[in-house]
Structure formats: C-alpha cells, structure tokens
Design a protein around this ligand. Sequence first.
Ligand code: ADP
Length: 357
Amino acid sequence: MPSRFERSQLKRYGISVFLVCAAVVATIAIQPLFGGRAPLTAFTVAVILSASYGGLGPGLLATALSVAIVKLKFENSVFTLFRVQSTLGLFTFIGVAVTLVIERFRRANAQLEQAKDRLELANEELSRRTKALAQSNEELQRFAYGLSHDLQNPLRTVSVFTERLASHNEAGLDEHSRQSIAFILQGVHRMQEMIQGLLAYSTATNDEDQTNATDCNAVLAKVTEDLRGAIEESGASVTWDPLPIVEAHQARLHQVFLNLIGNAIKYRSDAKCDVHVSAKRNGGEWLFAVKDNGIGVDMQYADKIFGVFERLHGSGQYSGSGIGLAVCRAVIQRQGGRIWVESAPGKGSTFFFTISA
Ligand code: ADP
C-alpha cells in the first residue's frame, strides 16, 4: 500500500499530466479560431499550474511533456501569441524558469507556514505560563494576607504577657531585666508595624478594581486633613495646583497621596518643608508630580525604594516599615500606570506617577 507521502507525490505528478492533457485538448479546440495554427498559451498555463500545485518535479514534468507533445503534434503549426513563445527552445526555457521561481515561492511559503505554526505554539505556551503565574501569584498573595493576619494574635499575646510580667514583678526587676523587656516590646512593636504594612500591601494588590470618577482636589484635601498632626508639628506647607478628575479607585489614590506626602514630610531637610502637587495632561494620561525639598534619594536606589521592606533611611531616626512606596507602586501599576522618582541627595525629590486620562 502506498504511504501518505507516496500518494500525495502520485497525485501531484498525476495532476501535472492531467493539466498537460487538458492543454492538448484546449489547443486542438481553439486551433480553428487561429486558422489551424496552435498557440502555446494553454501549455504555458499547464506548466504554471503544475509548478504551483506540485512544485519543482511536476513543473519540470509538465514542461518536458508539453515540449514533447508540441514537437510531435503541433510543431509545424505553432502560433506565436506572445513574442517569448516564438520558439520551442524559448518555451522550454520559460517553462523551467517559471517552475524554479514558483518552487522558490512555495518553499518560502512553506517555511513561513512552519514559522507561523511555531510562533502559535510558543504563544499558546506563553499564555499558559502567564495564566499559571498569575494563579500562583494570587495564591501567594492570599497566603501572605492570611499569614500576616494570623500572626497578629500571637504577637499581641507576647506583648500583653510581657507587659503583665513586667508590671507584676516591677519591684524585683534589675536594670538589665528592665532593658531586656523594653527590647522585647520594641521588637514586637516593630514586627506589628511590618505585619500591618504587609496587610496593607496585600490589600492594595488584592482589592477589587472598582474605579470611579475621583476628584483629586477633594482627595488632597482629605489627605492633608489626615496628616494635620505631622504638618503642624513640622511646620510644612502642602500646596497643589488645580487637579483633574480621574477614573480611579478613590481609597487607593488617597493611600498613594498619603504615603507620598507623608514621606515628603518625614524625610524633610533642615529647611522649611515645602510639598507641592501638580498634574499635567500627557497624551492619553495624566502625569502627577509630588515634589519636596527634603533630604533626597541617591538615584542609584531610585528603583530599590519601591520594593517591599526596602528602606534607605531606616536607622532609628525615621519611623516606618519600608512598605509605603511598594503599596504606591502596586496601586498605580494595578491601574495601568507607572511610578518613579527623580531626586538627588540634599536636593529634594519629585515622585511622578501616571493615571490614564
Ligand atoms: P518607609 O518610609 O516606611 O521607610 P517607604 O516605602 O515609604 O517606606 O519608603 C522607602 C524608602 O524610600 C524610605 O525608607 C526612604 O529611605 C526613601 N524615601 C521615600 N520617600 C522619600 C522622600 N520623599 N525623600 C527621601 N527619601 C524618601
């Protein structure tokens, strides 16, 4: 039994022979129209069709068959319809050339098809992996949320019982024990801060993306209200240009401004602290800028400070858990925007972020 390949080879060559036979019939049929002379057009068409369908072998076979039949049957009556068909030699040349060119196109086409198939496969694999990654990311975020939530209770127990222990034995504790208890409570407090930061981060990344038309001027008014204590204590001035109404998750946008302005006040320099918020339309998005005149950031850490628990100025002088900017980045990216900083030590910082207009 012939294999699939052999069968298809047979079919290609068979069709080539059939086309040449059809060309013979057609030529005989139209001969009277040309006063008994025979144009080679039908044979040319047969060669082109054979090469297009079957490739190099069938194309050459059609050329050879055509030449042989024309020589035997029509040689004395060959009619020159096109100048290039004026001799049988020229016809042979054209037949072979057309076959070669068509074969080239066929091969290029086959390679293109193969490349397309490979690309489709790679695409499928990519979307499968992206889906798996998104799923495991979601699971990880749920795990982090659950873990940080559950960790709060044992920590509270440690701090409550340590304080109780200290107050019950107040009189009997020496200086060293008192100090140790203070360190334990400090550690617990710091851990509670970090856990709350983690909770805020996973809420920001897990929350539903419910957006509304949000007036940024109203958000800024509420943020400065929330920061009233820090503003009064530091003597900072927080100002803003007229800001747009944007489509955003209002509570999350509030959190972004709260973190950025809170940081601008926290990382102030010795000069009077000035914080200014502005926004300008940039193509299809709004570009927001929160500018301060604080201690600034070395640009080599410009990306790092947006990571979870990454702090540059964390040694005692400034409180915090290194999660504020990570939350800002998660919120902005979740809404399809970007966030970055331009800064220099001692020269203040400007935090930029985008929201689609
Ligand atoms: P936290 O303030 O709790 O440390 P953040 O994630 O908000 O955490 O900030 C990360 C780090 O980026 C900070 O520790 C600080 O070093 C730096 N930083 C953030 N905002 C400013 C700012 N306005 N000026 C200078 N440094 C800043």
